[in-house]
Design a protein around this ligand. Structure first.
Ligand SMILES: NC(=O)c1ccc[n+]([C@@H]2O[C@H](COP(=O)([O-])OP(=O)(O)OC[C@H]3O[C@@H](n4cnc5c(N)ncnc54)[C@H](O)[C@@H]3O)[C@@H](O)[C@H]2O)c1
Length: 346
């Protein structure tokens, strides 16, 4: 089997590539990346050493990958920040996330390859989520379940309304989903869409606008300043990247079971954490540290927890909790301390 991973040197893409190669040594894995994300370049040597083919290219240029052959395409290249486009860079965001997606779908059609698309919980509008009722405890918001489609004590399902504003990043992902639907309907493309909330684990070069678990762990570890925006009671469920691998593995090998569907996937309520709770976990593991409080950012969500009911019914559920994931991240930072310090310092 030949598996082509766009964004293959990024956090998710490289983790999937490494896990696939470890489990299926005979598979040909191609990691394709333009190395735009700070830190992705550090993964290339490891990918090559493991026998994964690395191709330096750009999804915006179809000629960069038109000669490659593959059976499955995992679309994991993106400008993945919710803040993307706020201070310029809108053309890059749209060219990569949308035109890059179209180039990838065209390549998949030509190769008769199956597509797995990494979408995001950010397709759900901010107002829809922030206007729900929440109860506020000492450390977190909890969802007060109203009679609203897609909302339950388990979190948010695929039935949550899509009506409203969602950030430019979310808009590129939702548009991509609609384009994929048309390719499926009009041209017979085989595709699966996974909408995930926060994905975390070793190998993520976290920054303020994306990858907060790693950012927190790294700033504690390297003793860098940290700020909580708002009350710190905002809650996210955390999907360990190795749990994501288990799902992608299942989907690649039982594609028919999942195809033409979109799934909310995440750590779920049992693997959810607020910033205040994460901060306490870091204090317990790494010692005390003063954290500043700043005004809430406009694009923040009070709460996001994935209701995994639909994907659970097809045989997948996450196994790792937030503590496991945080410990994996800290182990990775400790092991690669010298290389990582300058990245997390900037
Ligand atoms: N990490 C998360 O919490 C999360 C959550 C939901 C969805 N996702 C989605 O998962 C995918 C992977 O995210 P990630 O966290 O690994 O991000 P990442 O930034 O670590 O990886 C993305 C990779 O894409 C590459 N890239 C960017 N523009 C490119 C281009 N024009 N051509 C080729 N490569 C390009 C980057 O260099 C980077 O290595 C993205 O589609 C993202 O939207 C991520």
């Amino acid at each position: 089997m030949r598996i082509f991973i766009t964004g293959g040197a990024g956090f998710v893409g490289s983790n999937l590539a490494v896990n696939l190669k470890a489990k299926y040594p005979n598979y040909h894995i191609i990691a394709f990346d333009n190395l735009r994300r700070r830190g992705s370049e550090l993964n290339v040597k490891n990918l090559r050493e493991l026998g994964i083919e690395f191709v330096h290219g750009d999804v915006r240029n179809s000629e960069d990958f038109e000669s490659l052959e593959f059976d499955v395409l995992i679309e994991a290249s993106a400008e993945p920040s919710v803040m993307a486009g706020m201070n310029g860079g809108r053309k890059y965001l749209i060219d990569t996330n949308l035109n890059g997606l179209v180039n990838s779908l065209e390549a998949a059609l030509k190769q008769r390859a199956k597509v797995i698309f990494l979408s995001t919980s950010r397709v759900y509008p901010m107002e829809v989520i922030n206007s729900l009722n929440y109860e506020e405890s000492q450390t977190r918001y909890s969802l007060h379940v109203n009679n609203i489609a897609g909302v339950s004590e388990r979190g948010f399902s695929e039935k949550l309304s899509l009506d409203g504003y969602r950030t430019l990043y979310g808009a590129t992902k939702l548009s991509s989903e609609y384009i994929i639907d048309e390719y499926v309907h009009m041209f017979g493309l085989k595709a699966i869409i996974n909408r995930s909330g926060v994905i975390a684990g070793a190998g993520q070069f976290g920054k303020v606008d994306q990858g907060f678990l790693t950012l927190w762990a790294a700033n504690y570890y390297f003793n860098k300043p940290l700020s909580i925006f708002g009350s710190g009671k905002q809650v996210r469920d955390i999907l360990n990247v190795n749990d994501l691998f288990d799902l992608i593995d299942l989907q690649i090998h039982a594609f028919d079971k999942f195809e033409k569907e979109r799934f909310n996937i995440g750590g779920g309520l049992d693997s959810s954490v607020s910033l205040l709770e994460l901060d306490t976990m870091c204090k317990t593991l790494l010692g005390d540290k003063k954290v500043a409080f700043q005004e809430l950012r406009g694009l923040d969500l009070k709460y996001y927890v994935s209701d995994n009911t639909k994907i659970n019914s097809l045989g997948w559920q996450p196994k790792r909790n937030v503590t496991n994931t945080l410990k994996e991240i800290l182990f990775w930072i400790e092991k690669n301390e010298k290389e990582l310090e300058w990245i997390f310092a900037s």
